[in-house]
Design a protein around this ligand. Sequence first.
Ligand SMILES: Nc1ncnc2c1ncn2[C@@H]1O[C@H](COP(=O)(O)OP(=O)(O)OP(=O)(O)O)[C@@H](O)[C@H]1O
Ligand SMILES: [Mg+2]
Length: 328
Amino acid sequence: MKIAFVGKGGSGKTTLSALFIRHLAAAGCPVIAVDADINQHLGPALGLSDDQAAALPSLGAHLPQIKEYLRGTNPLIGSADEMIKTTPPGRGSRLLRIVEENPVYASCARPIALDEGSVRLLATGAFTEDDLGVACYHSKVGAVELLLNHLVDGRDEYVVTDMTAGSDSFASGLFTRFDLTFLIAEPTRKGISVYRQYKEYARDFGVNLCVVGNKVQGPDDLAFLRREVGDDLLAVFGQSDWVRRLEQGAEPPLHTLEPANRAVLDLLRARADQAHDARDPQRYTRQAVTFHVRNAESWGNAKTGIDLATQVDKDFVLGVDQLDIAHA
Ligand SMILES: Nc1ncnc2c1ncn2[C@@H]1O[C@H](COP(=O)(O)OP(=O)(O)OP(=O)(O)O)[C@@H](O)[C@H]1O
Ligand SMILES: [Mg+2]
């Protein structure tokens, strides 16, 4: 399962993705947590100290090595330098699984022990002052797109990504790489406007989107969300004293989360599992190719000096049945 948390800045993406990650880990599910936000907050939200979070390896810095690994013996990709973030896998490519050891995890993922269970965290890397505007952000999240396009996952295994706020994610194909996207919305006009914008954009790509209300304080908030979001509203997470205590530096155990909010996490998981059963590997692969060809034409061919459309292996479909081939 590939799951994204998106929404307006400050809506609670990091809080709810961290809680969802902890919830899955507590149930014994393998989870890879991915911090793909410009502001890297997922590590601390999972209990890392600031120093530990600052010491996390960044995917962005390991991109050449990641490409070299994923390329494997794919004859359509001449070298790692010819790979761009959307270069799709094909026969000979190395695929990643959620539960395995591989050089990418060894250099980029860090294990985090939680009060119940544990997860691995991958982080795109901080967006520093040296970075020149939004282009650098895209090259950093490009690593996530590349990984997701090479990742084969089964039911009850999860990749949970804390995404950047608002519409930045539309500039790449990343927003189409998830089986399910949770849009976190506060019961405010701004929260709803980000939802509308996302939905509008996502519609053309068949993105599986549902809304999770957050910081909901009472019946009026709930009525507002129901009215504005309609059937896309999956659940509402309440204004939480437990979250507030966390924010104050306490480390409340997960099992002490308010029962109503814990029930929301159950609902999220049930919805994710439904999405898994409904997914379509052919379409997923086709969309990867669409974004690749688009990138190739708009900048990739010029940058690499070759026709990147030739990297597409037309007979390849990303799915669990590829695993045996990949690991033969
Ligand atoms: N349900 C909740 N109850 C109480 N406080 C909450 C709740 N959800 C989030 N918060 C608080 O709201 C603030 C913003 O939450 P969070 O950092 O998770 O949002 P975000 O969407 O990840 O923000 P950013 O866009 O900056 O990454 C935090 O102080 C968090 O503790
Ligand atoms: Mg955040």
